[in-house]
Design a protein around this ligand. Structure first.
Ligand code: GTP
Ligand code: MG
Length: 233
């Protein structure tokens, strides 16, 4: 019994030490603990805010979990509006993370429960934004862990490759699938992205529901803006 307890606390100490060894995780935590505010919603290219600072776009099919992921990263449930209905976000919403980073929540592409002319208009807007925005440092390409990459994703991947915008895959809703399925889908997505010129090799596995992968994604974005090295806005 005594031995067992001793082992338990050793394990705990080891786990704590490991956390302390991850300054990138701490930098991510601190960056995303800063206030984040909604700046504006944009429905046409003419309405885009001035290009300054660093932007990260959250792109993906309708209902994949873009708005939920932004909320999970900043730790504010209602900041970006999410919904069960595909087609919830109908404009590009800009969120300013305390001057360090602009997060852009894009409308989804693919199927959406909205009129066709509206969907066509926002799809044109997404494409124009993704290929023409000089301050866009990276696009996070969200992929539902249940479904993997679909043809509508491939259209966007092609556009990003052509525009030389670096994109990084983020598997979402990992809580909805088994560990085995997650491993398989990560492998398939990784194999496909390997062949694409602008794809970042690291894939994130996340759940906005359980928080899986959120700390790592925060760390990645903190590194991208140099927050760990004392960057100022
Ligand atoms: P559009 O704006 O319509 O393109 O959707 P979106 O990509 O912004 O998705 P949103 O964040 O609105 O989420 C869609 C639905 O999926 C909502 O009902 C969320 O609660 C749910 N959802 C999002 N992320 C997760 C997750 O990690 N796990 C689970 N179980 N559900 C999630
Ligand atoms: Mg949304």
């Amino acid at each position: 019994m005594g031995d067992h307890e001793a082992h338990g606390s050793e394990d705990l100490n080891a786990a704590t030490a490991m956390q302390d060894d991850r300054p990138d995780i701490e930098a991510g935590r601190l960056l995303f603990a800063r206030p984040c505010r909604f700046v504006k919603g944009v429905v046409a290219v003419a309405g885009l805010p001035p290009e300054q600072g660093i932007e990260i776009a959250f792109a993906g099919r309708s209902n994949v979990g873009k708005s939920s992921l932004i909320n999970a990263l900043v730790g504010q449930k209602g900041l970006a509006r999410s919904s069960n209905t595909p087609g919830r976000t109908q404009e590009i919403n800009f969120f300013d993370l305390d001057g360090f980073l602009m997060l852009t929540d894009l409308p989804g592409y693919g199927f959406a429960q909205a009129p066709k002319d509206k969907v066509d208009a926002w799809t044109r807007l997404i494409k124009a934004y993704l290929k023409g925005r000089s301050v866009l440092r990276r696009a996070l390409l969200l992929i539902d862990a249940r479904h993997g990459i679909k043809d509508t994703d491939r259209e966007i991947l092609k556009l990003l490759d052509t525009a030389a915008v670096v994109y990084q895959a983020v598997l979402t809703k990992a809580d909805k699938v088994s560990a085995k399925h997650l491993e398989d889908v990560t492998g398939t997505v990784g194999a496909e992205l390997k062949k694409r010129p602008a794809a970042h090799p690291r894939i994130f596995v996340t759940s906005s529901e359980t928080g899986l992968g959120i700390a790592d994604l925060r760390a990645e974005l903190a590194e991208l803006v140099g927050y760990d090295k004392g960057a100022t806005p």
